[in-house]
Design a protein around this ligand. Structure first.
Ligand code: MEV
Length: 311
């Protein structure tokens, strides 16, 4: 068997961090930004090559399955799920998703790898099965993930996600255009999630109130998406950024990008993902989009990507 399978990156529109505590959040897939697994069965020792994400080639052995490497964990869990004890073949992972930037690189690489391993044996994993495997790897390597990254990436749909609730996909009625601006500062989600957990311990009343306010904004944003109320959606995003600042997960660089985007005419802007680095997301209109993009680059973004929904 030989072929190519993939999974997209993701961006969180509203609700990050609060989603870890059972609140809802909204996320969108980034179909243009993908992790790809090229697979090819050759009856030789199972090998994963992933130069794009700075991994040396990894060769299967029974002990390698216990590795601290998320790729090795995903391989081991998928092979066990498929009942394969002596795997063969080669998978090459290519990924256009920046690492440690809040765009779901880890979940997308795991999802592509899971699909590639199934492909080696002429099998397909149902999205629900793959989602459970990717979530298990996220839990092993990223602390206490809510599950929003793996769900958005595996199902490749805009989602209104709440831990433990049935999956709710969103169908925006109007076209929505976003710009994602990369601060160029890598940041691990685990670190920002731990920081919020510590804040919650230290200042439970204030922190819980911020998480509740974020949850209310997410519910309001869902209604805005359904009704095409883009101005209000933008305001909710910007307010959400303010609450993330109070949670301590923004940074001067992210704040500068948000301010530059708003000043240039974005309808709303906020950090997206874990924060402390990574990307901001700005809601833009066609008329102001180029000006916002220029302003983001002038404010220090190392890359600006476009994403759209609906319409
Ligand atoms: C990461 O993309 C979003 C966070 O809310 C963490 C999580 O949901 O697992 C910061």
């Amino acid at each position: 068997m030989k072929g190519s399978v993939s999974a997209p990156g993701k961006a969180i529109l509203l609700g990050e961090h609060a989603v870890v505590y059972g609140k809802p959040a909204i996320a969108i897939p980034l179909p243009q930004l993908r992790a790809v697994a090229d697979f090819h069965q050759n009856e030789r020792t199972f090998t994963i090559c992933a130069a794009d994400i700075n991994r040396p080639p990894w060769h299967w052995s029974a002990s390698a399955a216990n590795s601290a490497d998320p790729l090795a964990s995903m391989a081991a869990l998928t092979l066990r799920h498929l009942g394969i004890c002596a795997p063969t073949g080669e998978i090459t992972i290519r990924s256009a998703i920046p690492i440690a930037s809040g765009l779901g690189s880890g979940a997308a690489v795991s999802a592509a790898l899971g699909r590639g391993i199934a492909g080696l044996y002429g099998k397909t994993l149902a999205n629900a099965e793959l989602n459970a495997l990717v979530y298990a790897v996220e839990k092993l390597h990223h602390g206490t993930p809510s599950g929003i990254d793996n769900t958005t990436v595996v199902f490749e749909q805009p989602v209104y996600f709440q831990r433990g609730q049935p999956l709710k996909t969103l169908k925006p009625t109007h076209r929505l255009d976003f710009l994602l601006a990369d601060s160029g500062v890598p940041a691990l989600t685990r670190v920002s999630v731990t920081a919020v957990r510590q804040l919650l311990r230290k200042e439970p009343v204030r922190t819980n109130s911020l998480l509740e306010q974020i949850a209310a904004a997410v519910a309001a944003a869902q209604a805005c998406l359904a009704a095409g109320k883009l101005l209000q959606l933008g305001e909710l995003m910007t307010e959400n950024h303010g609450r993330l600042q109070h949670l301590g997960v923004s940074s001067p660089r992210l704040d500068a990008l948000v301010a530059a985007g708003l000043q240039a005419g974005a309808l709303g802007a906020k950090l997206s993902g874990g924060g402390l680095g990574g990307n901001i997301i700005a809601l833009v209109e066609p008329a102001t989009r180029s000006a916002v993009e220029r302003a983001l680059l002038a404010a220090g973004a190392i890359r600006v990507l476009s994403a759209s929904l609906g319409g």
